[in-house]
Design a protein. Structure first.
Length: 278
């Protein structure tokens, strides 16, 4: 009986040893395969080097490898808002520092504004470079009532410290479709809504979203012509100072001639189009 137990234990030990040996061989083989198959990656990953400029206020934001000469490019900005350089680390480890300059030799400085975070902003810029269309960040609504009046708003704009003339507008919430965004903004800012009797025909968007200011911001705005009806009182956000008002289309030319309140460019262009089509 003891001999049988001893033999069984010996067999079990041999089996376990064989399994462990096979597992170790598999791990070693996989490691060798990964090293061979991904040799370029490991070669670069195991070549550490200091990020240039990081001790002088340079804040790196992007790292690109140039296959042609095996160099690395670092781009970013300076913490003190001085002109931003670009660093190039050559294959032999030498560092070069570049500034984008204008033809007269002066530093090229540019400012832009975005509501998006750095990663989302960068992804969007790369999409633009590939020629891809941008999703709408906001909607601007040109509402018209059944009796041929345009619905506009007077809104206090803090950047201007002034009341301004505009059409109802606002940001599109994540996951929100165009019709829902338009209807929500109308209800919040004016107390009007898309006409229920017209269904989808109440909405007439321009073919594509446009940029608010191509020289300053990446924000895209979808302009939508809408047939609306009053449904309730306006419910603007606490920080919004908004006064909706109706303007008969027949009175648009006179309004433009007499208005002395600052007016948004989109509203100005749309109103001019109404005025000149008569």
């Amino acid at each position: 009986m003891a001999a049988k137990s001893h033999r069984a234990l010996k067999i079990t030990s041999i089996v376990i040893g064989a399994i462990v040996a096979v597992a170790l061989i598999a791990v070693v083989a996989l490691n060798i395969y990964m090293r061979v198959a991904f040799a370029p990656f490991f070669d670069r990953a195991e070549s550490p080097f200091d990020i240039p400029g990081i001790n002088t206020g340079f804040v790196p934001q992007d790292l690109d490898h140039v296959e042609a000469d095996d160099s690395w490019l670092f781009s970013g900005y300076m913490a003190d808002h001085s002109p931003s350089p670009m660093y190039r680390r050559a294959a032999d480890g030498t560092i070069a520092k570049f500034y984008v300059a204008l033809p007269d030799g002066s530093a090229y400085e540019y400012e832009s504004a975005s509501r998006k975070g750095p990663e989302a902003y960068r992804a969007e810029l790369e999409a633009h470079a590939r020629g891809e269309s941008a999703a709408s960040d906001a909607v601007c609504i040109v509402p018209q009532t059944p009796d041929s009046r345009l619905l506009l708003i007077r809104e206090f704009r803090y950047p201007l410290n002034s009341w301004c003339i505009a059409f109802p507008a606002g940001l599109v919430d994540p996951g929100e479709d165009l019709a829902a965004a338009v209807d929500r903004e109308l209800r919040e800012e004016t107390g009007y809504a898309l006409r229920a009797d017209l269904g989808a025909a109440a909405l007439d968007p321009l073919p594509q979203a446009g940029f608010s200011s191509t020289g300053l911001t990446d924000e895209t705005v979808q302009v939508v012509f809408a047939q609306v009806e009053r449904v309730a009182d306006a419910q603007p956000e606490p920080s919004e100072l908004i006064e909706p008002f109706l303007l008969p289309i027949a009175d648009v030319p006179c309004f433009l001639a007499e208005n002395d309140t600052p007016i948004g460019t989109r509203a100005q262009l749309v109103l001019e189009a109404f005025a000149r089509r008569r």
